[in-house]
Design a protein around this ligand. Structure first.
Ligand code: CO
Ligand code: ZN
Length: 335
């Protein structure tokens, strides 16, 4: 699974420009689904099984990034705007990659003075894309993502865009295992949906849910952990198992959905922890209000340093999430 994770986290795909990631996933799942469609916004919808309650699984393909807005006349430095929730203190010295592969480096004003201790405003940062020969390699309107390769340390995996490619990997891995067990008929009709534009306000998942018209939905996404220093109080920790969401700023998980997940984890002996997230939400927040309403929950992947280039997960948690997802979609749903 590590090879798949590496391919996904190193792929390029800021919100609204998910086409490379979608192509990669389409190639991975081509033999794993009974029906594959791409909707007008670019959501990739893969049906597995037929008949029974419809369960929609959502994992977002997009990642945070930025877009060039202006080229400084004399110097050629780029100004930019954010795609998604950038943390300004992480920007200085960061590498960004444009679609054509051009790598830029972010600078800040007065780097050894004011910017050393306090992050400047977004419009004060700039990107160096000079090639040393006076050529401007990037046009305004060009989007970029942050760039770092995947690293491994024990059971930890460190990369950019674990949010939310780790969930794309979990969904694909679940599809692989379902296909292996093809002889066993699925009691549910499962839609694995790889969504667009989550990071800019959950714009892809709701229309996808309208099309799928599910009875239940599960979003797969990363969640913060309470095991950092001077952190807010949060019970989730890295290596503590799959996180079953109870509440976040966009979703109150219906108790029946939460209990369905907890009972499954307990019955299958899967390590789990309850997640209460004080800042942020997921695709489930959009899906729950699609059509006449969809009872929705989340399987969350504990992740340190979310929205930095070093998002860190534990592969044991990842495996627990795959198993929980398989347990939920593979058994008759009793709510
Ligand atoms: Co995010
Ligand atoms: Zn996410």
């Amino acid at each position: 699974m590590k090879e798949l994770i590496q391919k996904l986290v190193e792929a390029w795909g800021p919100s609204g420009y998910e086409h490379h990631v979608r192509k990669l996933i389409q190639d991975e799942v081509a033999e794993l689904a009974d029906e594959i469609t791409v909707d007008p916004l670019g959501n990739l919808i893969c049906r597995v099984g037929q008949g029974g309650p419809k369960i929609m699984i959502a994992a977002h393909m997009d990642e945070i990034g930025l877009m060039a807005t202006y080229i400084e006349k004399k110097t050629g430095y780029l100004r930019f705007t954010a795609i998604g929730g950038l943390l300004y203190t992480t920007l200085m010295g960061s590498r960004v990659k444009f679609e054509d592969g051009t790598v830029g480096v972010i600078g800040a004003p007065d780097m050894f003075g004011a910017s050393r201790t306090t992050a400047p405003e977004l419009d004060e940062f700039y990107i160096d894309v000079s090639d040393g020969n006076g050529n401007s390699l990037v046009q305004i309107g060009s989007p970029a993502t942050f760039w770092r390769p995947l690293e491994e340390r024990g059971t930890r995996l460190i990369a950019k865009s674990m949010d939310d490619r780790i969930s794309c990997a979990i969904a694909i891995e679940a599809m692989r295992r379902l296909r292996k067990n093809k002889k066993k008929k699925l009691p549910n009709e499962v839609y694995f949906v790889f969504t667009v534009q989550e990071e800019v306000g959950i714009r892809g998942a709701r229309p996808a849910a309208y099309a799928v018209d599910p009875d239940i939905a599960i979003a797969l996404d990363v969640t913060g952990t309470g095991d950092l220093l001077k952190n807010e109080k949060m019970a989730v920790k890295l290596g503590g198992g799959a996180a079953i969401k109870v509440h976040d700023t966009g979703l109150v998980v219906p108790p029946a959905i939460r209990d369905w997940m907890v009972k499954r984890a307990e019955a299958d002996g899967i390590p789990y922890q309850l997640e209460l997230l004080n800042l942020g939400t997921t695709d489930a927040a959009g899906i729950q209000t699609a059509r006449a309403g969809v009872p929705s929950g989340c399987i969350s992947i504990p992740c340190r340093f979310v929205h930095t280039t070093s998002e860190t997960v534990d592969s044991r948690d990842v495996e627990a999430c795959v198993q929980l997802l398989l347990g939920l979609v593979g058994n008759t749903v009793k709510l």
